[in-house]
Structure formats: C-alpha cells, structure tokens
Ligand binder design. Structure first.
Ligand code: SF4
Ligand code: SF4
Length: 487
C-alpha cells in the first residue's frame, strides 16, 4: 500500500483522538512500562506523540517507533486513568496493524510470533501437546533442561517453560456438554465461549461457569466448533487473521440472547467485533449486534442477580484485576460484588491494583524480561495482602501470577471468580491442602468493606476504587528497557 507517512491510508491512528491528549501526565503512574523504566517514550503520552509524528508527511516507521509501540502491553490502564477521555485503546489498535504491514520484522521474530499463534489459537494442537508436556515434567527432562542453563540463554523459551502449567492427561479428553438446561425457570439462553487456553488448561473453570450459569437460571450453549476468538492476533496487530475467526463466532451464537465469556482478553476483543468489521458491508451489522450481546460472566450474573443460594466459604482472598476486564471493559465492580455475596469470604485488595501483571496476551512471551519484572512485582503485592488465595478472571493472569508466586517460593492457589461461586453454590470448600496458611494480615478486610480512596486513575464510587488495605507496594523500581528478544 502506498505511503507518504509512517502509516498507510488504511485506518491510521485518528488525528482527532491524538489531539484529545493534553499531555497532563495523569496516566503515567499507571503505565507499567513507565513505572518500570521512567522513559517518556514508554508512556502513553510518549507513544501518542510518536503516533502524531508518524502522521507527519515524509515520516517513516522507524525501528525506534516500533520498539516503543511493541513495549506497550495494551493493558489500557491509561484509558482508565485519563481524565480527558483519550481513547488510547483505539489509537494503539489502529497502530499495531500498521506496524505489521509497514515494518519488516526479523525472520526470527516472525517465526516466533507465527509459532505462538499456531499453538495458542488451536485447542486441538494444545491438547496434542498435553502428553508431551506431561512427559517433559515427569521424565526428569525439565530438571535437566533447568540445570543446563539453556533457558537463561533464550529468555523467551524460558518464559514459555515457566508459564506452562502442569496438566493432567485428562485434559486431552474432557469436553463440555454442548447444551445445559437452566435449573428452574429459564431467564435467558447464553452462549459460552470455551476459549483455547481456557478449554485445555483450565477446563475446570469452564465446567464451573456452566454450573453457575445453569444454577442461576441460564440455559447454556457451548459449541465445541468455535475454535478461537482471535484476541491474541487482534491485540498483536494481525487484524486480517482475526476476521475469519470473528465471523465464525458471530454465526455460532446467532440464536443466543447473550454470549458469556470467562477470559478477559477474549471478552474485550469480542466486544470490539463491531468496530473490527465496520468496513464489511455484509458483516458490520451482525458484528455490532454480536458485540452488544457479549458479557463477561461476572457482568451477566450480577446484572440478573443471584438465584441459587450461596453457602459460606471461610477464605481470605486477594482480588486481582485483569487489565482486559478492569481497564479494557471497565468491569471492576461486578466480580467484586459477586464475591461479596459469598458468606464468610473476605476480600483484600493488593497495592498497585491498576498495574498489569505482565501477562497481557502473549506479551510475557515476546518481552520476557519486562513481563517477568511486572510478574514479580504483582506477586509481591498479592503476597503482602496475606490472603490465602488469589482470584483473577483471566487465564493469562492466572498462569503469570502462579508462575511468579512459585518463583518466590509461595504456594497460593489462583481461582477464577466462578470457581468460588460454584463451590459456594454446591456447598463445597477449597481443598485445605491448596490454600495458603498465613492469613488475616493487615491487607485483609471484610468483603463488604469499601475502599476510602481512589488510586491513580481509580474513580471513587464506580467500583474501580483502589483498595485501602494493601500492605504497601513494592516500590517504584526503575531499570533499563528491554530490547528485542530472541527466542
Ligand atoms: S492522562 Fe490522558 S490527556 Fe493526560 S497525558 Fe495521559 S493520555 Fe494524555
Ligand atoms: S496500554 Fe498499558 S502499557 Fe500501553 S501505554 Fe497504556 S498504560 Fe502503558
């Protein structure tokens, strides 16, 4: 495509949206890369300046520009923080496909990204890897590779190895029923996205989601044929590849009143289909209608209100805000309210709630050093709450947090909110062996309690208020930005 600026003519970043930024800097303390490195060009404000420069006639898509865009996690904490309503989400979503079209990535970079998409967007391929992963752990090969230092030389492979969870061979065969009747009077017909990583590595979350929805009066349709929502590709700028997946998804859930999602990254991209397919005359209306039906499972349950009785769970939890839920979708109040309805559950909030854990789709596999630094920081803040377990609504966050808790020598289960709801409805309790012993520290407070202050970007009263009870952050560390990584 012909270019006279850094960007081609197909949906470059919108000049009007760029001009909304008044350069006040309120977003800076919530931006993970600025928090890590203190570099202006690794802040939302700096990246918006780069986009503006890229629209100048004669400008080029420089390697420096690409580096700063690539380092953005797409966490959208800046969107929550910005008092001027700057739509950085729309700006970076327009910029990423431009980078992929107009910048030549190295062969290694293209191969690595291609391999990640080839594996993570195909549940069947993930399932096929289950016996290999089990063998790797059980045969002692994992220990041998760890001792060899090989993974230190290839940080991306090291990150992949650390993040891969132990999987039971049953992950190869477990399937959800395609139709589950509502218990009692039917309130709505709900389609459930099974997802890719969620379906294979966190099947128990999907099972719990179906049980909770059915118990609260929803008929659940969970078509196995819907492979992937395309979120990983969409958030990485591979727009075209996500179109076909989006269309398949729209068709599969046509007859549903709502589409429920239990993975934050998937939900945020599915709510964006209307925008994504806006140029397609055949699909634009259907895509908009589809996006209007998409709900995070916590939104759906909270909007309709509970039906099934909630039984007590005596457990102290720390709630982790998944960025694609809290910032990209603005869903902060609903999951907390759902958890507060569980008698005896106490909810604490970690310091720096708004700062990403470093997972961000495949960010921790593309920028492993920055991802790991953010993961360590998040784990330390969660541990400081003295909670017995963590609750998070996104599989990527669960993998990242679990890995960094383990790195710090701590065993602390990470639950999805629906897993606790499911236990509460069934009158079950978390296995004693899995929960962390130390509890009830300064950071914990009763679930019904409200925060007294709003953090950077938090808006008091909208459910996004910052927790007051965190036992202190881990401090603003500064370090060097990481460069391009090798697998
Ligand atoms: S808070 Fe908003 S207006 Fe202020 S610098 Fe950040 S993006 Fe720009
Ligand atoms: S999306 Fe996240 S990493 Fe990117 S500029 Fe905004 S706050 Fe920073």
């Amino acid at each position: 495509m012909l270019r006279t600026t850094a960007f081609d003519a197909h949906h470059p970043p919108d000049q009007d949206l760029i001009d909304d930024c008044v350069h006040c800097g309120f977003c800076l303390p919530t931006c993970p890369t600025y928090v890590l490195w203190g570099e202006e060009m690794d802040s939302p404000r700096g990246r918006i300046v780069l986009m503006n420069r890229g629209l100048d006639p004669g400008s080029d898509m420089s390697a420096e520009m690409v580096t700063h865009f690539d380092r953005c996690l797409g966490c959208m904490a800046c969107v929550t923080a910005c008092p001027s309503g700057v739509q950085y989400d729309k700006l970076i979503e327009a910029t990423r496909p431009q980078v992929e079209r107009n910048h030549n990535r190295s062969v290694i970079e293209r191969l690595w990204r291609g391999a990640l998409f080839a594996a993570f967007t195909h549940p069947a391929r993930l399932r096929a890897m289950v016996p290999l992963l089990s063998l790797y752990r059980l045969s002692g090969l994992k220990a041998v590779v760890g001792a060899s230092g090989l993974l230190d030389r290839f940080p991306r492979l090291g990150a992949m190895e650390r993040l891969t969870p132990p999987v039971s061979p049953s992950a190869m065969v477990r399937r959800l029923p395609e139709l589950t009747e509502a218990s009692g009077d039917k309130r709505a017909r709900v389609g459930l996205l099974q997802g890719c990583v969620q379906r294979v590595f966190f099947h128990q979350v999907n099972e719990a989601t179906v049980r909770v929805l059915a118990a609260d009066g929803f008929e659940v349709v969970a078509p196995a044929s819907v492979r992937c929502c395309g979120a990983l590709m969409l958030h990485s700028g591979y727009e075209e590849k996500s179109f076909a997946l989006a269309k398949k998804m729209i068709r599969a859930f046509e007859d549903c009143d709502y589409v429920a999602v239990n993975a934050a990254g998937c939900g945020s991209s599915m709510k964006d289909y209307g925008h994504l397919l806006r140029d397609d005359p055949e699909w634009s209306a259907a895509a908009r209608a589809f996006s209007d039906k998409v709900r995070d499972v916590s939104e759906l349950l909270e909007d309709f209100g509970p039906v099934a009785e909630r039984h007590p769970i005596h457990l102290a939890i720390a709630y982790h805000d998944a960025c694609h839920l809290a910032h990209a979708q603005g869903v902060r109040h609903q999951p907390r309210e759902l958890l507060r309805r569980i008698p005896e559950l106490t909810l604490s909030e970690p310091a720096e709630w708004e700062v990403c854990c470093g997972s961000a789709g495949i960010y921790n596999l593309l920028q492993p050093e920055a991802g790991a630094e953010l993961g360590r920081r998040k784990a330390a803040n969660l541990l400081a709450t003295k909670a017995q377990a963590v609750v998070a609504g996104n599989p990527g966050c669960t993998l990242q947090i679990t890995s960094h808790l383990e790195e710090q020598g701590e065993e602390m289960p990470v639950y999805h909110p629906v897993e606790l709801l499911d236990m509460s409805i069934r009158g079950a309790r978390p296995p004693d062996s899995s929960i962390r012993r130390a509890s009830g520290g300064d950071g914990a407070h009763r679930a019904a309690g409200r925060s007294a202050s709003a953090g950077p970007g938090g808006r008091e009263g909208d459910g996004g208020a910052t927790p007051e009870g965190g036992a202190g952050g881990v401090g603003r560390r500064r370090g060097k930005p990481t460069g391009e990584e090798k697998p």
